[in-house]
Every structure is written in structure tokens, then in C-alpha cells.
Design a binder for this molecule. Structure first.
Ligand code: 4AD
Ligand code: MG
Length: 431
């Protein structure tokens, strides 16, 4: 199958071929007509030149066509090549004047109303290619580093984060002999089991949170990449996280340069610095810095408090000068039960906030058990997890990358709903 992206390159000049795709737009001039053909392989369309006979009938945007012709040097300045048409055949007509993606700029809000069609737009089309590159970039990084990919279950019996935000699965109690199943909020606890046999593993899959947040940072269904490794401490974990994100971003910037340029122009994407090391600051030092920040909130900042989005914003945008920053060493009370005292970290990114949360895990049986009890968590659900501390426990840790937030970072898109193929948010389940 010949793709538009190949035919747009100068090397294709002289090629005679057949290419299929969807009509982006068609405009007619005196002597011939121009048809913009896109097949999802590139941000820009292939310009097809139609003779008066071939363009007697205007093909509406959205029509699926097959074009046979020759690639020639373009006479216009906007592209290197165009296609002269020997034959054009309609594969799937798009006759309805109500087709939502007529040739004009659409708002992202409007596009969210047509999730089944919006991938044909420049923005969502480009986002999907970038998302693909970012995902492959992460897989490539962990594979290169010797991590084993394990697919942890979607149906789980325990709430990893202990935040009470798990979706309950109907019919599960009947099915599982009285035990209720929940959609996973994180694959971490299961990934820990595999780390304690394979030393370096990662899981990358959909996770679910029934938090009623109508924000530009939250989805009810989002993808998370969660590496888990043994025999490392916090500095190694943070370094690993930095290299993983830089590797994914580099892959996007290198392999999707046309899309990246589009996002720079249309959405003001600012590329993060992939050369210099990103700053690290301890929670204690961050509190002091925030208290001296000269901001309207500086007087409210106290030791022991959870940082709010305005604090994270200041740290990444002012303190770290518009670059990502690692914040580490949170008090235990601010983090889930499995986190080792003062051995946790978050990665904060300008305009996005928290992109990663991670920690060294408590590997001591007695302390972990006390922590579960202190938080009144149902011990019977965590027996298997405590076992991991009984049978050859090892120092280990990991982190979770919120994948759609990473997509926002490398596109400049403001709303997380536009960084996922089909968003799942409160009161909205269109397909
Ligand atoms: O900080 P969180 O809740 O950490 C965990 O789930 C750990 N178990 C991860 C681990 O250590 N393996 O979530 C991790 C990341 C956040 O930093 C954020 O980027 C993203 O997941 N995230 C969300 N993304 C979109 N919508 C939501 N509702 C999200 N909640 C968390
Ligand atoms: Mg977190």
C-alpha cells in the first residue's frame, strides 16, 4: 500500500501508483481542480490535480477515494510534490451535507462532540501519531534497559492507591465467588510481584479512576506506564525516570517533526530541554522556597502540607525556569501506604503539573503491616502483597507515568481530553 507521506517526498517524483485516502477538501479553478488527499500518514495532504472531466463532480470532504496517477514536482510553493491524476474512483461516498468536518477550522470543544470522526482533523490526527511515537519511545527505553514487559490485570481485588476511587465491576461478586472486582487504578502492586522475580519489569496499560474531576488534567480512563525495579534507591529511580521521559520526547521530536512543527505553530508547544539535567529539589527545600516565593500564597505554605496545583506551577514555571523538576522526600502521611518514609518523588512539568509519581517501596514486613493497619485498610486483601515481604524481600521501587500528560507535554495541548483517542470523563460516554 502506497502512503501519502511517501508520495510527498521529492524522492517519489516520477512514481506511477495508486493511493487511497479521504478527501480533505476540493477546490475548482478554471482549467483544473485541486483535491487534498489524506490517509492519516502525514500532517499535510497530497495535492491531486484533476482535469475538468475528472472534476466535473465536486467530491465532498470526507469522501473515500482511490487515485491512480504520477507524482510530479509541484508548481506551488507549499509542497515538493503533487499528483497528476489518470483515474479517480469513489470508494465510499460522503454525500451528507451534515458531515461534521466540513472544510473549516473546528474548535477542540466541537471536535470532542464527534470522537468517532475527530481523528481526521489535523490536531487529533497529529496527536495520534505523536502518541504512537511517545508510546514506542517508552517501550524502546525500557526494552533497551533490560526491563521485561508484564501485563498486569485490569480486574483487581485491591485498591492500589487506597484513595477509594476504584470503579466497581457489576456481576463480579457473583462471578468471583463473593469477591468484588474493581477496575485497576494502577498495576503497581502486581508489578512489584514480578519485580521480585525478574528484577526489572514494567507494565503499560489502561488504568481507571472514578474521581469526579472535571479538569484539564484528569481522565476516568488513562494509560499509565509503570516500571518497577529491585536493588535501587531513590536517586537511581529519579535518573531512570528522567531518561525515560527524555527518550520518549526525543523519539517524538525526531520521528514526528512535521506534526511537532504544527503543534509549535498552532498550540505554542515549547519543547522541554532534553540536554541539561532537570532540577531536583527536596520537599523541605521546596516548602522553604515557596514560603519565600513572593507570591500571594506564600504565607499559607506550611511544612507537612500537600502541595496544590498553584505550588506545583510555581516550582516548575518559576523556580525551575519553565523546565521539568523532580520533587522528592515527601512526608509519609502525604503518600500511599506502600511508600517508604521520605523516599518518594513526583516529576512536575510546566503547564501540566504532576507527570510522574513514584517511590521506593516499604520492603519491611512489620512496618508495611503497621502502615496498612494504621490506615484501616482491609488486611485480607493485601495478604499476597505482604507475602512478598516474607519470601525474599528486596529493596525495590518504581514510578507511574501518566501517559496522556506526557502526550500533553510533547504537543502543547491544553486539555487532556485531546491527548487520548476517546476521552472518558464524568457524564460522558458517547461511544
Ligand atoms: O500519582 P499516581 O496516583 O501514582 C500511582 O498510581 C502509582 N501507583 C504509580 C507507581 O508508582 N507505579 O499516578 C501516577 C501518574 C500521575 O503522576 C499522573 O501523571 C497520572 O498517573 N494520573 C492521571 N492521569 C490522568 N487522569 C487521572 N485521573 C490521573 N491520575 C493520575
Ligand atoms: Mg501522585
Amino acid at each position: 500500500m502506497v502512503r501519502v507521506v511517501e508520495l510527498r517526498k521529492a524522492a517519489a517524483i516520477g512514481t506511477k501508483c495508486t493511493v487511497s485516502g479521504w478527501v480533505k477538501s476540493m477546490r475548482s479553478q478554471k482549467t483544473h481542480a485541486f483535491l487534498e488527499l489524506n490517509d492519516g500518514s502525514s500532517q499535510s495532504s497530497l495535492q491531486v490535480i484533476l482535469s475538468p472531466l475528472q472534476s466535473a463532480q465536486m467530491l465532498p470532504s470526507g469522501t473515500c477515494v482511490e487515485v491512480t496517477g504520477s507524482v510530479v514536482k509541484s508548481k506551488g510553493g507549499n509542497q515538493e510534490t503533487e499528483m497528476s491524476c489518470d483515474d479517480i474512483r469513489v470508494i465510499g461516498p460522503c454525500s451528507d451535507a451534515a458531515y461534521p468536518l466540513q472544510k473549516k477550522a473546528h474548535t477542540l470543544e466541537f471536535l470532542r462532540e464527534v470522537p468517532h470522526l475527530r481523528s481526521r482533523s489535523n490536531t487529533i490526527g497529529g496527536m495520534l501519531r505523536i502518541r504512537n511515537a511517545a508510546m514506542m519511545g517508552l517501550h524502546g527505553f525500557y526494552q533497551n534497559e533490560g526491563f521485561v514487559l508484564v501485563s498486569t490485570p485490569i480486574l483487581t481485588s485491591s485498591d492500589c492507591e487506597g484513595a477509594g476511587e476504584a470503579f466497581e465491576v457489576s456481576k463480579s461478586a457473583e462471578f468471583f465467588g463473593g469477591k468484588t472486582a474493581f477496575l485497576t487504578v494502577s498495576g503497581q502492586l502486581q508489578a512489584e510481584a514480578f519485580a521480585l522475580s525478574h528484577s526489572k519489569v514494567y507494565t503499560f496499560g489502561p488504568t481507571f479512576r472514578a474521581e469526579n474531576s472535571q479538569t484539564s488534567r484528569h481522565l476516568a480512563e488513562f494509560w499509565m506506564c509503570e516500571p518497577e525495579m529491585c536493588f535501587v534507591g531513590l536517586p537511581e529511580l529519579i535518573e531512570n525516570a528522567e531518561q525515560a521521559i527524555k527518550c520518549a520526547a526525543r523519539r517524538v521530536f525526531e520521528s514526528c517533526s512535521e506534526d511537532v512543527e504544527f503543534f509549535e505553530k498552532r498550540y505554542g508547544l515549547q519543547k522541554v530541554d532534553l540536554q541539561a539535567p532537570w532540577k531536583r529539589i527536596s520537599y523541605d527545600d521546596a516548602i522553604v522556597a515557596l514560603q519565600k516565593s513572593g507570591t500571594s500564597f506564600e504565607k499559607e505554605v506550611k511544612f507537612g502540607m500537600d502541595l496544590g496545583s498553584e505550588h506545583e506551577k510555581w516550582l516548575a514555571e518559576v523556580y525551575a525556569d519553565q523546565q521539568p523538576i523532580f520533587l522528592f522526600g515527601f512526608p509519609r502521611e502525604l503518600k500511599p501506604f506502600y511508600v517508604k518514609e521520605r523516599d518518594s518523588f513526583d516529576l512536575l512539568v510546566p503547564k501540566i503539573g504532576e507527570l510522574i509519581g513514584g517511590s521506593v517501596r516499604e520492603e519491611r514486613f512489620d512496618i508495611l503491616r503497621m502502615e496498612l493497619e494504621a490506615r484501616k485498610m482491609p488486611l485480607q486483601h493485601y495478604g499476597w502483597y505482604l507475602d512478598l515481604r516474607k519470601y525474599g524481600s528486596a529493596p525495590h521501587g518504581g514510578y507511574g507515568i501518566g501517559f496522556e500528560r506526557l502526550v500533553r507535554m510533547v504537543t502543547g495541548l491544553e486539555n487532556i481530553r485531546d491527548a487520548v483517542p476517546i476521552p472518558r470523563v464524568p457524564n460522558c460516554l458517547p461511544m
